[in-house]
Design a protein around this ligand. Sequence first.
Ligand code: ZN
Ligand code: ZN
Length: 182
Amino acid sequence: MATATPSNLPPSAEGLPLHCVNHPETETYLRCNRCSQPICLRCAVRTEVGYRCKACVRSQQAIFYNALAADNWIAFGLAALVTLIAWPLVAWLLRISGFLGWILAALVGSGAGASLAQLIRNSVGRRRGRFLRHFTLAGILVGLLLSGLLTGLFLSSFLAFFSLGGLFFLILVIVTAYQTLR
Ligand SMILES: [Zn+2]
Ligand SMILES: [Zn+2]
């Protein structure tokens, strides 16, 4: 029980608990290792370099995620456009190829998702965005809806091109694109 430990940042000078900056009623021995504000466990975020307060984590992320606001809409538009054009064709091919459609879907699904992600990444100058993948996902869904409406208009059946192989393909594309984009 040393009363004054000469260390650069002791929990508190007298070994007494500190009070969290965000929750003054909560006692803590923890400090953010970047700004050294006392933080409680609720406010602490564990990073690879130690505990940090949420404000510091957020400002670090702001440097990491350098996408512009327009990038999200580029991702959305591209995903919608590519889906609108490619999906009816892919869906039709997978439908007429029957069981072979499953094999085709398994072979090319992830690759197609990765290509879409790559296309979007290049189109936004390789910037990283927190919401790029969400906008991409929304774009794919809108593209699907539009192509569904268009095929419904011309073929009088919304599900004219539907097949389980096609659905499988779609899931692979979405999962891969979603995981690739950050
Ligand atoms: Zn901090
Ligand atoms: Zn707190």
